[in-house]
Design a protein. Structure first.
Length: 148
């Protein structure tokens, strides 16, 4: 299995669709890195990942709004195409786990909720366990009540 992990900000509000009786939540995540090149110039590089989260529960969709910071992991796919006679590619991910980290739009006037993970029931995947990611409680995607 190839696994892709990304922490970034949503570029726009998510879109929820229904396909063959199952829901899919589509959203875009941008990850920006800043570094200095060999000449000492500050370079900013942004990578966009188009994400699709297939689930029967769509409660998390209301929190996937423009500017929110999320952690997502899943299976990567690359779609190659021609753009103005130049080869190009799009990075896509079928999301298995998603964690809300906060970001733009968070304020004390909104509902208070802790970061949460929504996990698809995919064998061989697990919640992120890294020292730089806050400890969270994993929630099964099929659970009736999400913690937010």
């Amino acid at each position: 299995m190839i696994k892709l992990q990304i922490i970034g900000n949503l570029g726009k509000d998510c879109v929820t669709n229904e396909v063959n009786g199952r829901h899919v939540i589509n959203f875009n995540v941008a990850h920006t890195e800043k570094f200095k090149d060999s000449k000492g110039n500050l370079v900013e590089k942004t990578i966009w990942v188009n994400c699709a989260y297939w689930t029967d529960r769509t409660a998390i969709a209301q929190y996937l709004t423009k500017g929110k910071t999320v952690y997502a992991e899943g299976t990567p796919e690359v779609e190659a195409y021609m753009k103005e006679n130049t080869p190009a590619a799009t990075l896509r991910m079928r999301v298995h786990n998603i964690q809300l980290l906060g970001g733009a739009g968070d304020s004390s006037s909104k509902s208070n909720f802790s970061p949460a993970v929504v996990t698809d029931s995919v064998p061989g995947t697990s919640s992120p366990k890294s020292s730089n990611i806050p400890e969270i409680v994993a929630v099964e995607a099929e659970a009736d009540d999400l913690p937010f």
